[in-house]
Design a binder for this molecule. Structure first.
Ligand code: PNS
Length: 162
């Protein structure tokens, strides 16, 4: 059983993330989308909200599970008996951070492999931060995130203003 983890903040999930989830799910028996419960980052969506959004958006993918994790990714991978970490690479600017993450995780847990997937061309500019920035100025975020979550993002940003 090849079990992989696709970890991230997913605040919010974008078409770029969903594209990686779909493609990665074809390469393993089970893919766990690991949502980081990150108390330091002050996310727009709570961890349970992010988990529930991703569950809904991936319900058609039979071998995809969505779970949150606290603490170190290597500990989560050990707990889940996962052998592979999947990360998306958009541009060379991602590389520095990603290679450091992959190599430090490898030092901590040598059996764990990190596989990088190149982001599909049409999403190579896209990030959760870009989606939030456009939404915060009332921009059209329909090219960035699924239609179902646009009202949720708008409501969160409105709440933040008040
Ligand atoms: O979507 P993101 O925010 O780029 O994802 C980053 C993530 C969640 C993969 C990374 O921050 C992570 O693995 N955090 C868990 C804590 C950890 O293991 N840190 C050690 C590696 S530096």
């Amino acid at each position: 059983m090849k079990r992989a983890i696709y970890p991230g903040s997913f605040d919010p999930i974008t078409f770029g993330h969903l594209d990686i989830i779909k493609r990665a799910s074809k390469l393993c028996d089970e893919l766990i989308v690991g949502v980081l419960n990150n108390s330091q980052k002050n996310p727009l969506f709570s961890t349970p909200e992010r988990v529930s959004i991703i569950k809904e958006l991936t319900e058609n993918l039979d071998n995809v599970k969505v779970e949150c994790f606290d603490g170190l990714l290597v500990d989560f991978a050990k707990k889940k008996d996962a052998q592979v970490i999947i990360r998306g690479l958009r541009a060379v600017t991602d590389f520095e951070n990603e290679i450091q993450l992959a190599q430090s995780n490898k030092v901590q847990y040598p059996e764990l492999e990190t596989l990088f997937m190149t982001t599909s061309l049409q999403y190579s500019y896209l990030s959760s931060t870009v989606a939030k920035e456009f939404a915060s100025y009332g921009g059209d975020i329909s090219p960035f995130v699924p239609a179902e979550i646009i009202p949720l993002i708008e409501a969160k940003l409105k709440n933040k203003e008040n």
